[in-house]
Design a protein around this ligand. Structure first.
Ligand code: 0L1
Ligand code: MG
Length: 256
């Protein structure tokens, strides 16, 4: 395991990159970084955020689609954390606050009960309090959006912001819902089945991974299940919108 002062140096590097919206070098080119170390850096980053007054409101799941796992040569999911200040409100998103943001069409779950460790799909399903369409903004703090698996975990699994539409009661079958995202006037379509074959399974993975990092999912927390298509770069100011069949829509404005 890496020394504590090295973890703090890595936290400094990513925290500054995020706060100044300036790309930094990959940590793995400067430090030998295990996946365990990487999650310690992620926890350190969130300690900085909570010390600055942010509140943890949930988790994002990454690499939940076969396409993304293949792209990175990995076979498991990764997890990142969501804070209240990462949620996009009516003011929209300011491009200048990000390095090179991309958007992902997702589904969000709100939990009605705490979860941790190995759980069944039925248990996960029964724990859902509400469901909503969601867009995750990923923004690697690394130059050129290039990183190793440990690098991306340390960097909060690239999570930068998120938008959530109207919550609705669970009960809808979301295993194969058509999803259409519009960015810069272009349309991108996919199906929620791309998310682990069934987005509810993202909750099963989230419960397992939070236990591994010594945390747990709390009632009221939000889980972003992962992307249904490739991430799309936000090239210019304008609207971004997602429609999920039977579930509804979510939209925000990208400002300069
Ligand atoms: O699915 C994801 O949200 C992946 C996040 C990490 C990899 C990336 O930045 O594309
Ligand atoms: Mg995502």
């Amino acid at each position: 395991m890496i020394l504590k002062h090295s973890i703090e140096t890595m936290v400094d590097s990513l925290d500054q990159a995020q706060q100044s919206a300036t790309a930094t070098d990959q940590l793995s080119t400067r430090f030998g970084l295990s996946l365990e170390d990487a999650y310690m850096v992620q926890q350190g980053l969130f300690k900085r955020r909570t010390d600055r007054g942010e509140r943890i409101v949930g988790f994002k799941m990454g690499f939940t689609s076969v396409a993304k796992m293949k792209q990175m040569g990995v076979s498991d999911q990764i997890i990142g954390q969501l804070s209240d200040r990462m949620r996009i409100g009516a003011e929209g998103l300011s491009l200048s606050s990000f390095v090179h943001p991309r958007v992902e069409p997702e589904i969000a779950f709100r939990l009605g009960a705490p979860l941790s460790g190995d759980i069944s799909r039925d248990h996960a399903l029964a724990s859902i309090d509400a469901v909503a369409p969601a867009i995750e903004i990923i923004d690697s703090r690394y130059r050129d959006f290039k990183f190793s698996l440990a690098d991306v975990i340390a960097d909060n699994s690239s999570s930068a912001a998120f938008a959530i539409g109207q919550w609705r009661d669970p009960g809808l079958d979301l295993s194969d819902a058509h999803m259409t995202m519009e960015v810069g006037g272009e349309r991108f379509t996919g199906s929620s089945s791309a998310i682990l074959g069934d987005p509810v399974l993202a909750i099963v993975s989230a419960a397992r991974l939070v236990k591994e990092i010594g945390s747990r999912l709390e009632a009221g927390m939000i889980i972003l299940a992962g992307a249904a298509t490739e991430a799309v770069a936000i090239g210019a100011p304008g609207p971004v919108r997602l429609d999920v069949a039977a579930l509804g829509s979510v939209e925000f404005t990208v400002n300069p």
